[in-house]
Design a binder for this molecule. Sequence first.
Ligand code: ADP
Ligand code: MG
Length: 236
Amino acid sequence: IPPPPDRSPVGRISDGNYSAYAGCRLFSQLPISKKTKDGLGKKYKVMSEIQRASLPHSLCGRDVLGAAKTGSGKTLAFVIPVIEKLYRERWGPEDGVGSVIISPTKELAGQIFEEVNIVGKYHSLSAGLLIGGRKDVDAEKECVNSLNILVCTPGRLLQHMDETLNFDCSQLQVLVLDEADRILDQGFRVALDAIISQLPKRRQTLLFSATQSKSVKDLARLSLKDPEYINVHAES
Ligand code: ADP
Ligand code: MG
């Protein structure tokens, strides 16, 4: 069977030469797929500071703990490496869940899901929004195993882990915790520990929040491997 036409090798930053991309200002200068660049399109051209500081690390597979104030563009700082990782791994429908993105609220999860759809517009990956309060949990259970990227709140993800037959995260490549400090503050810690205990340890983990609080560092100690700490104070 010939390889799919648009699965040509894309630029990859090998560990060690990420600094070659440290000075990049534009998304177009990053070693990311044309599909992702097309998704970013005209809307996103110049990287924000947190994106500039973190993407060279996250794109080469490192764990990242990023802090930058609200509105500084943290979403793209994790959505791009998630999509690039699965694209580079030639992830397809049969590969199941490749990435889990956890957000503390339904509203924020919805915003992340929108950005996943923008960046992933020209990719063939599938993504699902799994949030509490929606009635169609049974319908979700039918399709959740065929989704590649899950954007979810902790409770709903745990519900699927507990209740959904054959729910399988064993091939997970990238785990993202957005608003990581809020997830802890809001009493999600027990749920989060239960979730993390069911995920493979060999994975990339990206944590983003507005402040680099002590509790985030505690969480980092639980699940990050030699993480890159990135703290952006003033947005340019
Ligand atoms: P945060 O998660 O840090 O609060 P968001 O990821 O929600 O920030 O981004 C805030 C806003 O900035 C969004 O409307 C997003 O579309 C926009 N944005 C993010 N990155 C860029 C960029 N590089 N160029 C232009 N707009 C951007
Ligand atoms: Mg955010």
